[in-house]
Write a protein of this length. Sequence first.
Length: 136
Amino acid sequence: MAKNEAVKKGIFALGAKNDAYAQYFIGQSYLNNLVNDPDVNVGVGNVTFEPGCRNNWHIHHNGYQILLVTGGEGWYQEEGKPAQHLMPGDVVVTHDGIKHWHGATKDSWFSHLAITAGTPEWLEPVSDEHYNSLDK
């Protein structure tokens, strides 16, 4: 059994399967858009990852991304830097133009609020070899 399955019943609803972005993820993720106001130029979403799920490397152009970890255990990595093990209460700020990825650990559900401005550029997947080499 995977750790932290309670993440599915967190403060914010799990949301639907993240089919719109599935091509940019390895594994299953869920998305609950919390701010859907066209007059607000910042997206806020509750993103939940099943164990082993992670998104592709990507860059936010003309903006940024702030991750507020709300449950489970995950990873965040910027290109050229070691991966950071994430736990509830951790905050990550990704500045404009920084190549990065984030997702769940192999054995735990993971959830974060993503506050995002700008346009994402989706890049290559995080390889199984790289992901499986990560150790807490």
